[in-house]
Design a protein around this ligand. Structure first.
Ligand SMILES: C[S@@+](CC[C@H](N)C(=O)[O-])C[C@H]1O[C@@H](n2cnc3c(N)ncnc32)[C@H](O)[C@@H]1O
Length: 300
């Protein structure tokens, strides 16, 4: 496992909002005696939450060398009798029995970009008992139009760094989502849902198209779009990456507008695109056109 991936993992484990929401959802969904699968278990934190909630057995499947750490942590916490750590890819894992609850926190900053759809759909079909619980139940992607590009988008916004002409590079970087913390004070539209993926019926991959009209709430220079996910972990328990606090280890995704524009109040940015997912992960493509606000005609 790379140092960079390990560092992200460390930040994720320190994300107390994330941990608290997942613990709460696990406490509500796991009943005493349940059999549970934690798919993409990392260091085994959620598997241990499940044991604390009363699970009789947890299969903790982890693809990377973190499986060794998970095994050691499970031992340190005296849970070896209940948790079976299985190193390897979940899609290549065969479990000896079906589970009452399947948990998978394999969510990236765009929700689906770490392979969640393929991992969870496969786990649902092969690991879950009929009528069992999926955690999360659904994943949504949300967006708002924003003014002022965040610092990380400076290249895309100006085409210049340290006095050098890097304009050609903007063609490349304006098509990738950038990781950014975007204050809600920079939103210039209401929040709109791009799509909702219901884990009980989703396919393991495919295209999720979106098309939303983001009306400007004030006169402002639109620079791009801030995008975040919301996961419905259990009825009434939500995990969202909207917060711009640095403790939110996901941050948000910033999608630069190809044609930044000055908008008057009521003008509409029409954001369209699609997110495509397969076993290797996800891609997001987007474009935007603008509609000027027109006052409704008044009959004289
Ligand atoms: C976002 S981390 C979350 C770890 C842990 N579930 C937690 O919440 O603390 C996702 C983990 O899933 C693992 N993973 C991703 N795809 C996997 C797959 N197909 N099979 C097993 N593990 C996978 C990654 O290596 C990573 O450790």
């Amino acid at each position: 496992m790379s140092v960079a991936s390990l560092a992200i993992h460390g930040q994720m484990l320190a994300d107390s909002y994330r941990n608290a929401r997942l613990r709460q959802a696990i406490e509500l969904s796991v009943r005493p005696g349940d059999i549970v699968a934690d798919v993409g278990a990392g260091s085994g934190l959620l598997a241990m939450f499940a044991v604390r909630a009363g699970a009789a057995k947890v299969y903790a499947i982890e693809a990377t060398s973190l499986a060794g750490l998970a095994q050691a942590l499970v031992r340190d916490n005296g849970m070896d009798d209940q948790i079976v750590v299985i190193p390897g890819l979940s899609q290549e894992t065969v479990l000896p029995e079906r589970c009452d609850v399947v948990i998978s926190e394999t969510l990236g900053f765009l929700g689906l970009d770490e392979g969640f759809q393929s991992i969870m759909a496969d786990a649902r079909d092969r690991f879950l008992k009929p009528g069992g619980i999926l955690l999360p139940r659904a994943v949504e992607l949300w967006a708002a139009a924003v003014e002022q590009p965040p610092q990380c988008a400076r290249l895309v916004a100006t085409g210049e760094i340290e006095g050098l002409n890097l304009r050609r590079a903007t063609n490349v970087f304006s098509r990738v989502p950038l990781r950014a913390y975007v204050e809600s004070s920079r939103h210039i539209s209401a929040r709109e849902q791009l799509f909702r993926l219901d884990c009980a019926i989703m396919q393991p991959g495919g295209e999720l198209p979106f098309s939303v009209r983001l009306a400007s709430t004030r006169s402002a220079d639109l620079a791009g779009f801030c995008v975040w996910f919301k996961a419905e972990l259990f009825h009434g328990v939500e995990l969202s990456s909207e917060s711009p606090a640095y403790s939110n280890h996901w941050a948000q995704a910033y999608l630069p507008a190809s044609d930044p524009k000055q908008l008057a109040e009521g003008d509409v940015a029409h954001l369209t695109g699609r997110m495509s997912s397969d076993r290797r992960g996800s891609r997001i493509e987007w474009s935007c056109d603008y509609l000027a606000h027109t006052e409704p005609a008044v009959a004289l």
